[in-house]
Design a protein around this ligand. Structure first.
Ligand SMILES: C=C(O[C@@H]1C=C(C(=O)O)C=C[C@H]1O)C(=O)O
Length: 356
């Protein structure tokens, strides 16, 4: 316990130093790792041959940040039981300052517009999202991070900071890419329902189809770069208090040099963007009336210990000096009902707020 306390005290010191850092724990692992950059310089990913921790935005026209392995110090701790790290009942005091009535109206209008766009056969699926702002007092981000460690053991949990960009934290249920010895793994994750004491649930056709779009897209995209592709059956997974449908996809990367091409081809997947990809991207950029920044981008280890582990930046929030912005979205298809899609974002938001 003493060791754990010292570990978090050390991170507190790093937070106060204002240096760029990330602290994270990969899904179902016990290792919590801290990476601190030695200076405040901003480095970006160009070739995917770099080594380090990547933080990439949704929009490919914006820069992907990397904390390069040779410009950082790393330390870590193994924590056997994450229930031990967090016992704080109440962390920050919070108050929603977004105008929820207005947000609801806007989100429903945009969802209806998206459904009409899809009905005109312009696209099959588009993921629409929004940002909700909360004012807080007495927030200790490390306490929130500890709560995420405890509550989301099968997620990629992180707290990331760069003085030029800001502070982000999240618990992602979704892998973008895992590569080790050229063995490749990814997943198609989509559709949402609340977890009520069982994962043995049925899914509506709309939800199954929405997830199938993601699987099909991934399979088409990786065809040229991945050999011996294997695909699991779709199954239900639990992410915190939510359930999603997931399909696992594995194979062999034909050449290490193809990594950049593969990441660029996969990102953003229809789990966070849509099909066809370019039409969905343009629709999102033109119609969502806010900037996604790093939400629905990706993050994680690039070529570290000969492995790449990238996750989609979902269930995340941006921490500013007095406010927190929650980023929340959902997939729209021709069978979507605008009001229900709004309710889904409210529900996802409520769950995210429990860690603040
Ligand atoms: C876009 C988000 O999640 C994605 C959308 C989902 C959906 O539409 O049901 C489910 C999982 C994710 O693929 C989000 O949570 O912000």
């Amino acid at each position: 316990m003493q060791e754990i306390t010292l570990f978090f005290e050390k991170i507190e010191g790093i937070i106060n130093s204002n240096l760029p850092f990330v602290v994270y724990r990969k899904p179902n692992e016990n290792l919590v790792t801290v990476i601190v950059q030695n200076t405040t310089k901003m480095y970006t990913v160009n070739s995917f041959m770099e080594r380090g921790f990547v933080f990439a935005p949704f929009n490919k026209k914006e820069a992907s940040i990397i904390f390069p392995a040779n410009k950082t110090t790393t330390f870590s701790i193994t924590i056997k039981d994450f229930n031990e790290v967090s016992n704080v009942e109440q962390n920050a005091k919070t108050k929603i300052i977004s105008d929820l009535e207005k947000e609801k109206e806007q989100h429903i209008l945009l969802t209806q517009k998206t459904i009409e766009f899809i009905e005109q056969k312009a696209a099959e699926k588009i993921v629409i999202s929004r940002k909700e702002t909360i004012k807080y007092s007495q927030l200790k981000v490390l306490e929130s991070f500890k709560r995420m460690l405890k509550n989301y053991q099968n997620a990629m949990v992180y707290l990331w900071f760069h003085p030029n960009i800001g502070c982000w934290m999240g618990a992602s249920p979704e892998r973008l890419i895992h590569i080790q010895n050229n063995q490749f793994k990814t997943m198609a994750l989509a559709a949402t329902q609340a977890y009520v004491d069982t994962t043995n649930v049925t899914w509506k056709q709309k939800e199954q189809q929405e997830q199938q779009f993601v699987t099909n897209y991934i399979l088409n995209t990786i065809e040229k770069t991945i050999d011996t592709i294997k695909v699991s059956k779709p199954y239900t997974i639990k992410a915190g208090s939510l359930l999603h449908i997931r399909t696992d996809i594995t194979g062999k990367l034909t050449s290490e040099k193809m990594l950049g091409e593969l990441v660029n081809a996969l990102h953003p997947t229809p789990a966070v963007c849509g099909v066809p990809k370019q039409i969905a991207t343009n629709f999102i950029v033109e119609n969502e009336n806010y900037h996604r920044k790093f939400y629905t981008g990706y993050l994680g280890e690039l070529n570290v210990h000969k492995e790449t582990n990238l996750y989609v930046n979902l269930r995340c929030m941006e921490v500013e000096s007095e406010t927190i912005a929650l980023y929340i979205g959902g997939g729209i298809t021709k069978d979507s009902v605008a009001e229900k899609e709004w309710n889904e974002t409210v529900f996802k938001g409520e769950i995210m707020k429990t860690i603040i």
